[in-house]
Design a protein around this ligand. Structure first.
Ligand code: CA
Ligand code: CA
Length: 257
């Protein structure tokens, strides 16, 4: 009995620990990353304004789109800081990441919040909550993934930037670049529903707001090929895109590949 208690205690202690060192070659540590809404409300609001109302698919966007599979640590920031911006999902999704195509690691195991577009009163997150991936070194490519309804469904689909790895072969992640005060940001939105848009015979809304995060310390390659600085965006950013745009991007990338 005492042994069981000890093991349980150790398990709880391990679960509560804020840092974790990877067993793969790309070592890192995860720590609490503060809350962006508290540390920079203006920037949080800028990102959050890009999250369109559920199922409104199209918005203006002045942020350059990045190839979602081109993201990498900028080597400048001391850490990669991942902030939860919002979510408009019925699912209880999970957010994972991998470094240099290594194993996937859990970052947020329940992307739900009492404050989000589709609120869950028992969701663990406040808008703006962050985690930091620290102690990186060398050239680090970074990928993010959503496990659809992973909180409740251990067999939920995992969607990432590589469309060939996605169960439906469709784009599920959009990434947009934002630079401010020498910080490199990427704003990322995920679609958690399988398949095509309902206007094309599928059941998905393709709204790309089912998990929305802003990541500091990461850069990527622009889809349009430009490298010049762009003016800071206006109020309306509109992260969401129509499926047709995603399909166009996908086809173009297939040609390149
Ligand atoms: Ca949604
Ligand atoms: Ca959706």
């Amino acid at each position: 009995m005492k042994g069981t208690f000890l093991r349980t205690s150790l398990l709880v202690a391990a679960t509560l620990a804020t840092s974790f060192v990877a067993t793969d070659a790309n070592a890192f540590t995860i720590s609490g990353g503060g809350n962006l809404r508290e540390t920079d409300a203006e920037l949080f609001n800028l990102f959050n304004s890009s999250v369109n109302i559920e199922r409104l698919e199209m918005g203006e966007n002045n942020l350059p789109e990045l190839f979602a599979d081109s993201l990498k640590w900028d080597g400048i920031a001391g850490s990669v800081d991942v902030f939860f911006i919002n979510e408009g999902a019925g699912y209880r999704n999970q957010l994972l990441f991998s470094l240099n195509d290594g194993p996937k690691h859990m970052l947020f195991d329940d992307v739900a919040s009492p404050e989000s577009i589709l609120a869950n009163s028992n969701g663990p997150l406040m808008l703006g909550d962050g985690k930091s991936i620290e102690d990186l070194s060398g050239n680090i490519g970074i990928d993010f993934f959503v496990k659809a309804n992973g909180k409740w469904n251990s067999n939920g689909n995992v969607y990432g930037a590589d469309v060939n790895e996605n169960a439906d072969g469709l784009q599920h992640m959009i990434a947009r670049e934002f630079k401010q005060d020498n910080d490199n940001w990427v704003l990322i939105g995920f679609e958690d529903l399988y398949g095509a848009h309902y206007s094309e015979g599928g059941r998905s809304d393709r709204d790309f707001n089912d998990v929305v995060i802003a990541v500091r310390g990461v850069t990527g390659d622009r889809v349009d090929g430009t490298t010049t600085e762009v003016p800071e965006p206006m109020v309306t950013l509109g992260l969401v895109m129509v499926g047709a745009v995603g399909a166009t991007t996908w086809r173009r990338r297939q040609v390149v590949a």
